[in-house]
Design a protein around this ligand. Structure first.
Ligand code: MG
Length: 375
């Protein structure tokens, strides 16, 4: 860990601790311990087989939720360390932030949320928290991972006021309009940098978007011009990689400068000052505009590409039909989820089961339930 933490960084000494008090770690910080617990949990391993944009079986080189989470952690650690913040906490939050994602990416979440209307809804953010607070069953003394307040706070990126009230202390900042730790703010922005850039890479690799289209987007275009000047005639794949690494670097450098400026103005003395300050980790105004343009491009040309929408459509069908089959007859659920249904309600248990599935497990389960052929 960075030993030179600023006074407004989260650290063991100012942490609000764990819900269940445990002996102090012997040779690591509390946040290293959180990170280690996340890396060892079941939901973390499942991220390898969950979609980001492309379904896992569509190609071996595309990002999955696991590689996405590792890229977020890399970017978040870099920013945290450079600003004198707690990079172990940033890493822990990054690695856990997508644990609650359903199979089939956002399409899966929308479908499951649709099924859960009237049963409290479904939101991947809240589900990530539910996994680390309740669903992981690995410790003798407690359910979940018993993570520190600050890691849990970072996982809960957004939350409706109604849900916030249910969550007590952890939800309070959404009601009071306060900011989370700077480490949590870093993870939010690192998530965005990671997915915009790797979706450009994966989008190009898939052939659904082209370099010519992207050259018209300023963030990509100006770095492509720089690469062409430095490496005339560079081979196509290397050119793309050079442009993307420059885009990531430009965004990280921009955040360090802008956040440094904001920190100097707000001059927080401690965590309480950070909570009541405006957001202190941010892009500059001009980088914000460039970032929005890139996001808009990806939304229009990649996420709404007909080949992606076909998968989206399939995801809706698979998740919708699994949900109704289980709700119609809970005896189709594995026994531990039948127990969960008795404790927490049928729909929530069914949602927990479906959300935990990997893409291919969901497809297999669909075949097992509905196919009259083999399996
Ligand atoms: Mg993410």
């Amino acid at each position: 860990m960075n030993t030179e933490l600023r006074p407004f960084a989260v650290c063991d000494a100012n942490s609000r601790g764990r819900a269940i008090i445990e002996p102090l770690p012997q040779s690591r910080t509390e946040f290293q311990r959180d990170r280690d617990r996340i890396v060892h949990c079941t939901a973390f391993r499942r991220l390898e087989y969950k979609t980001q944009v492309f379904v896992n079986h569509e190609g071996d080189l595309f990002r999955t939720r696991l590689t996405h989470s590792i890229e977020v952690a890399q970017i978040a650690r870099s920013i945290a360390r450079a600003l004198g913040l707690n990079d172990d906490l940033a890493e822990a939050i990054s690695l856990a932030h997508d644990l609650g994602h359903t199979p089939f990416g956002h399409a899966g979440q929308d479908a499951l949320n649709g099924c859960m209307q009237g049963h409290g809804g479904f939101e991947h953010n809240l589900q990530s928290l539910r996994i680390v607070d309740r669903l992981e069953a690995r410790y003798g003394a407690f359910d979940g991972l018993n993570l520190t307040f600050e890691t849990r706070e970072g996982i809960l990126k957004h939350c409706s006021p109604a849900k916030a009230r249910e969550l007590g202390e952890l939800g309070r900042r959404f009601i009071d309009g306060k900011q989370p730790s700077l480490e949590a703010q870093i993870c939010n922005i690192a998530d965005e940098i990671a997915y915009n850039n790797h979706d450009v890479d994966d989008g190009l690799r898939s052939g659904l978007i082209s370099v010519e289209q992207l050259e018209k987007i300023s963030l990509f275009g100006r770095h492509a011009a720089e690469v062409d000047q430095l490496f005339p005639g560079i081979e196509r794949r290397r050119r793309i990689s050079e442009v993307i690494r420059r885009m990531i670097n430009a965004q990280v450098t921009d955040i360090l400068a802008e956040s440094g400026r904001r920190l100097a103005v707000a001059n927080p003395a401690n965590l309480a000052d950070v909570a009541v300050a405006p957001p202190l980790i941010a892009f500059s105004a001009s980088m914000h505009v460039e970032n929005q343009a890139l996001k808009g491009f990806l939304r229009a040309n990649l996420y709404r590409h007909y080949q992606v929408l076909r998968m989206t459509n399939k995801a809706h069908r698979i998740i919708g039909e699994l949900f109704s089959a289980f709700m119609t007859d809970l005896r189709l659920l594995p026994p531990q989820y039948q127990d969960l249904a008795a404790a927490e309600g049928d729909a929530r248990a069914v949602a927990d089961y479906i959300a935990g599935m990997t893409d291919r497990y969901a497809m297999k389960e669909y075949q097992r339930l509905f196919s009259v052929g083999e399996l």
